[in-house]
Write a protein that binds this ligand. Sequence first.
Ligand code: TMP
Length: 236
Amino acid sequence: MERKELLYEGKAKKVYATDDSEILLVAYKDDATAFNGQKKGTIDGKGAINNRVTNYMMQLLEKEGVPTHFVEELSERETLVKKVSIVPLEVIIRNISAGSFAKRYGVDEGIVFDQPTIEFSYKNDDLGDPLINSYHALALKLATEEEIEIIKEIAFKVNDVMKAFFKNLKVDLVDFKLEFGRLSNGEIVLADEISPDTCRFWDSETHEKLDKDRFRRDLGNVEDAYAEMMKRILGE
Ligand code: TMP
């Protein structure tokens, strides 16, 4: 499959056309941003790690019956995915309090919930991805009622699969963000990435942070944390 013109450059990835109109090529970068792009930096090796970790997770989820956009890993940093139109929602599942949840509701990080929570943000950088509920999503016509139901169902299923998977790796899955897309036939599939950029991972024993919070909060050893997660997930 040939890489053609650059269609879109995001904060962490570039998206190219291919010679198949239904397939796109995603190339992962080492660039890192936080706080809606206000903090900028580089995490050496991140692009390759996030590409390989995402593809591993997408394939694991496919095996468990979750539809995804994954097609084929081409190289260390490049992957073919099905072309989708992205649903402009960031879907966040939380198992343990952290980040904006702890801040918004004035609670400590590390409270283990009896059941997972789900929340939606309107994916809009100009507005700073504001938190919305499903009625707002309907009012804004970001998705249909049926699509929101499917998205919720898939998101909780992803949580069940990932929680169990990471428990085996001695990692607590604190929270994560998912994005969904529509195929040309309207089917909703999991899209974007699943990586230390988009999940919070805490070592089950030491509670050490093994994710992008090390970059967001200037905790140091950012590259080591990404490499440690790749090692635990892929065994290398
Ligand atoms: P939050 O606590 O800052 O709302 O983040 C919740 C989860 O979503 C966390 O695992 C990090 C991830 N996330 C993204 O992937 N992209 C984003 O832009 C934000 C704000 C969070």
